[in-house]
Design a protein around this ligand. Structure first.
Ligand code: GLP
Length: 263
């Protein structure tokens, strides 16, 4: 697992924007051989989406032959609800690039049979050839997508109950009212993320520091789902100095030394 420690959030987002652009360009996606990307929501990826939109507008990258699968969606919110992840993606990314809406996938939180919807989502990823690169964020409790602490590290797309901590964290998007945050969500599993050929996680800000310490310096544990990346053959965590704030000085020095040329 690589750890890239950037000076601040903007630098972290710029690096990821460059990286994803390069990965898509090198892949040279075609209609019959599209680039399949996994995408997150939350405040952390916003800067990455801004970078990608800028690069798209400059003609540096096209999403015409990109297929996307989002990580998760709240159960019970219609796609046009201002806080649904479907709406988030449209407003913050899909609406500003040349991706074909038919090629974008987000679990349907209003499906009549949610368990069936989750199975179909896994099947769609498989049918699409699997995910080439999964971009993700991390919750302050170490969750990835909505895989809360204690989630099976082999889990697949399913319905999850959100923890009070996650509902508290996300209340800021619901006018600060925790009771408005849906109690359950549809989420890809840890196993679904692990199946991606590459995983890139953005972790910025002081509130991510305990999760980052557990994932980097602790052992692999369902108590910190992000730590599963230790078992992934190609994983990068891109963080800022604040998120690296709880790591040992020797850990920070180690990663800064070996990643000197990457940053
Ligand atoms: C939500 C999302 C996660 C995201 C996390 C962190 O819980 N389901 O995918 O990583 O929030 O969000 P933020 O980036 O806003 O801190």
């Amino acid at each position: 697992m690589r750890l890239l420690i950037h000076r601040n959030y903007e630098k972290a987002c710029a690096w990821i924007g460059d990286y994803i652009t390069k990965r898509i360009r090198d892949f040279n996606p075609q209609k019959e051989n599209p680039f399949v990307i996994g995408l997150p929501t939350g405040s952390s990826p916003l800067g990455v989406y801004r970078e990608l939109i800028k690069k798209h507008k400059n003609g540096e990258v096209s999403f015409a032959n990109v297929i996307s699968f989002n990580m998760d969606e709240y159960a019970g919110l219609p796609p046009d609800h201002p806080q649904s992840y479907a709406r988030f993606m449209k407003d913050n990314f899909f609406g500003s690039v040349d991706i074909d809406p038919k090629n974008t996938h987000i679990p349907n939180g209003l499906a009549p049979d949610l368990a069936k919807e989750c199975l179909a989502y896994e099947e769609a990823i498989r049918a699409g050839g699997g995910i080439e690169l999964f971009l993700g964020g991390v919750g302050s409790d170490g969750h990835i997508a909505f895989n809360e602490p204690g989630s099976s590290l082999a889990s697949r797309t399913r319905i999850k109950t959100l923890t009070p901590e996650t509902r508290r964290d996300n209340a800021r998007f619901f006018g600060g009212d925790e009771s408005k945050v849906p109690a359950t969500a549809l989420t890809v599993g840890v196993g679904t993320v692990m199946d991606a050929r590459e995983v890139v996680i953005i972790a910025c800000g002081r509130n991510k520091a305990p999760a980052l310490r557990a994932a980097v310096e602790g052992g692999v544990s369902h108590w910190c789902p992000l730590s599963c990346l230790q078992m992934h053959p190609k994983a990068i965590i891109v963080c800022d100095e604040d998120a690296a704030g709880a790591l040992r000085a020797s850990t920070v020095k180690y990663f800064k030394d070996i990643e000197r040329d990457a940053i």
